[in-house]
Design a protein around this ligand. Structure first.
Ligand SMILES: O=c1[nH]c(=O)c2nn[nH]c2[nH]1
Length: 294
């Protein structure tokens, strides 16, 4: 028997960093959860209990905090690249670092119409994601993304002309609620190293903002004929907006809201064009995925 694949490290490293602008007394805060997994010549730690090749996961946690102190932690794409590069440069037997970052929202409060210098609130469980692979001799592969962005529209969505056979009960619908929790990602062309990431550092925030805007705008404005078609258009527009991105992927659960027929109660109309009261469904849910490339 042999080790076909192995990677190990520390998961769920919670990290907060504050940047203090002395001149304006304005603080900016970042909070994230980091995962470090290392790959390399580590097979003997599995097969022969040879711990001489093991960088302790505790040391990876320590390293994450030290690198966060010494380097910028934003954009997360840059921090992931710096952190991963440290591991493959420091340890000759480590050849790939997998760095995943989940950035949590701390949105600045507006008090008396003005942005408050050091107060923030969690406006939703939406996350900003980075999955980076720092590969010795190859470069840095980064997928940026958004997750858990819960959206709903009360009309402007339809679904009809789908397969109708002996298994079909779903009625065709021309006007339905559409709700989903957006998980989207965009894969960058491979960067040669940290310096290349630093040269393009402005692209990461700009593309995250743009991808988010495109998602909101198409979700709201499209007379959606299906989840499939609307998500494809989102992917198309993100690709068109950023030449340095080579692929875009979306994974959208269809979070159903079922009409409730109340006609048994004195003929109360609550279906079709009279539908106002619905039953939100936690399961089962549709799940529609796609990846779009140039
Ligand atoms: O947008 C939709 N796509 C589908 O594939 C589907 N299936 N049931 N409802 C659906 N809605």
């Amino acid at each position: 028997a042999k080790v076909a694949a192995a990677r190990y490290g520390k998961d769920n490293i919670r990290l907060y960093k504050v940047e203090k602008d002395e001149a304006t007394k304005t603080h900016t805060v970042y909070e994230m959860t980091v995962r470090v997994l290392l790959e390399g010549d580590i097979q003997t730690s599995y097969t022969q209990a040879d711990n001489s090749v093991v960088v302790a996961t505790d040391s990876m946690k320590n390293t994450t905090y030290i690198m966060a102190k010494k380097n910028p932690v934003h954009p997360p794409e840059l921090f992931a690249s710096i952190l991963g590069t440290h591991f493959i440069e420091k340890y000759k037997h480590i050849h790939t670092a997998h760095i995943d970052i989940i950035q949590h929202r701390w949105t600045r409060m507006t008090i008396d119409g003005k942005p408050h210098p050091h107060s923030f609130y969690r406006d939703g469980e939406e996350k900003r994601l980075v999955q980076a692979q720092i590969i010795e001799g190859k470069g840095i592969e980064i997928r940026s993304g958004i997750s858990d962005l819960l959206v709903l529209k009360s009309t402007g969505s339809a679904f009809h002309h789908f397969v109708r056979d002996e298994f079909t009960t779903l009625p065709e619908v021309w006007d339905r609620i559409l709700s989903t929790s957006v998980d989207a990602g965009w894969k960058w062309s491979t960067f040669s190293g940290v310096d290349a990431v630093k040269r393009d550092v402005a692209l990461f925030d700009a593309t995250w903002v743009k991808a988010r805007e495109i998602t909101f705008k198409l979700f709201a404005l499209e007379e959606s004929p299906s989840v499939q078609n609307t998500m494809y258009k989102m992917c198309e527009q993100i690709l068109a907006a950023q030449p340095a991105v080579e692929a875009v992927d979306y994974s959208l659960p269809n979070k159903h809201y079922f009409e409730i027929d109340l006609s048994w109660h004195g003929g109360l109309k609550n279906t079709g064009k009279d539908a106002e009261v619905y039953a939100p469904q936690s399961d089962p849910n549709g799940l529609i995925k796609c990846t779009v490339t140039r």
